[in-house]
Design a protein around this ligand. Structure first.
Ligand code: NAD
Ligand code: ZN
Length: 347
């Protein structure tokens, strides 16, 4: 079976997929929002004895406690190794559901049905599964492939605008790291009026090409991390706070900072840096933080590397559409990059 299937009729396609697989029982994982908005759209495709598990929505719940709850429900339902799990939701549900499926009884098969733009173009493709742990993003996880990823644009209809905009950051990233013409085309339209179907297809093709060439991130796949080292640090830093950032918002900030590092370290031109910064800034605005918050954020960038002289390896842009990886960057250089962002003018 093709690992990624695009459909404009989710319920019908899911019915066909389930009919083609043999399994003892189906378990469906949703979160509180996808249970309300997405499950009804495919419920006719589900067998009568389906086991339903719903967890509270949000990154804050992508943790071991929620996994425990999922495994408890699976155990209560006496699911065996031939059970099949269907994860319906954004990246939190597909990452955590895939992780739970991979661990339960040493692994049962699973299908991902991504329902946010971000998970359709990014999270549900590429086999990375996991949860957050002790405030660290995706700290526990495995590589494992779903049986299939079923992508249906119809789910996006109920997605809040902010979530749509968050997913758009990964689409912009795909252009920045791999396809300059794509980036320029995206830039020429206002983000709200994009043709999502076309973009989802193209972005998945870019991500798929990269992860197929390097499934375990030995080299090339690292380019997908552009914007993510600094972005994740901000995302983690604001995780438990009022002003918490959506993944794409954090990554947009991260791409501006790492664009600056690209300029400093690998010859990314100032014109392209300016274009990148202005484009992202216009869409995502400015994240406010005070200079006192810099050190804890830098600690998160460097994670366990406490030594003064230690470096972090970054994926940086040679030019728009061409990304390189394994570039060592020091704490001071990261500080400078974050200050570049901090000093950008809002107008
Ligand atoms: N595995 C990977 O390669 C990979 C790549 C990128 C991101 N991620 C992970 O993905 C997560 C972010 O994903 P996300 O942005 O999809 O977050 P999410 O799963 O939290 O979804 C965002 C919000 O939208 C709601 N929602 C989902 N679908 C909806 C719909 N159709 N209608 C209305 N509401 C809906 C959710 O309940 C949630 O409140 C992060 O945890 C990140 O680490 C993983
Ligand atoms: Zn991402």
């Amino acid at each position: 079976m093709d690992p990624v299937i695009f459909t404009s009729e989710a319920e019908q396609t899911l019915t066909e997929i389930l009919a083609s697989l043999s399994f003892s029982r189906l378990v469906v994982l949703t979160d509180s929002n996808t249970q309300t908005h997405c499950l009804p759209k495919i419920s006719q495709a589900l067998p009568e004895d389906t086991v339903f598990i719903s967890v509270p929505a949000g990154e804050i719940n992508k943790n071991l406690q929620t996994c425990s709850l999922i495994w408890e429900k699976m155990t209560e339902a006496a699911l065996d190794r031939k059970a099949l799990m269907l994860n319906i939701g954004g990246g939190v549900v597909t990452d955590m559901g895939g992780f739970c499926a991979s661990i339960y009884k040493r692994g049962i098969r699973f299908i991902n049905m991504p329902t946010t733009l971000l998970s359709q173009v990014d999270a549900s493709v590429g086999g990375k599964l996991g949860i957050d742990f002790q405030g660290l993003k995706n700290h526990l996880g495995v590589f494992n492939e779903p049986e299939t990823v079923l992508i249906a644009q119809e789910f996006l209809g109920t997605l809040p605008q902010a979530e749509l905009r968050s997913g758009y950051a990964e689409i912009l990233k795909h252009g920045l790291i791999r396809d300059k013409a794509y980036f320029l085309e995206l830039k020429s339209e206002s983000w709200e009026s994009q043709d999502w179907e076309k973009l989802i297809y193209h972005s998945v093709a870019i991500k798929n090409a990269v992860v197929t060439a390097d499934p375990k991130e030995a080299g090339l796949r690292k380019i997908l991390n552009f914007g993510h080292t600094i972005g994740h640090a901000f995302e983690s830093y604001f995780l438990d706070t009022e002003g918490h950032l959506l993944h794409g918002e954090a990554i947009a900030l991260g791409m501006i900072c790492e664009g600056f590092l690209s300029f400093q370290k690998v010859g990314f031109s100032f014109e392209e840096l300016d274009l990148l910064s202005k484009t992202l800034f216009q869409i995502y605005g400015k994240v406010d933080f005070s200079p006192e918050e810099l050190d804890p954020i830098l600690d998160l960038c460097l994670q366990d590397k406490k030594n003064e002289g230690s470096t972090v390896l970054f994926s940086l842009l040679n030019s728009i559409g061409d990304c390189t990886y394994n570039i060592p960057v020091t704490r001071e250089e990261i500080r400078e990059a974050i200050l570049y962002y901090h000093n950008l003018k809002t107008a």
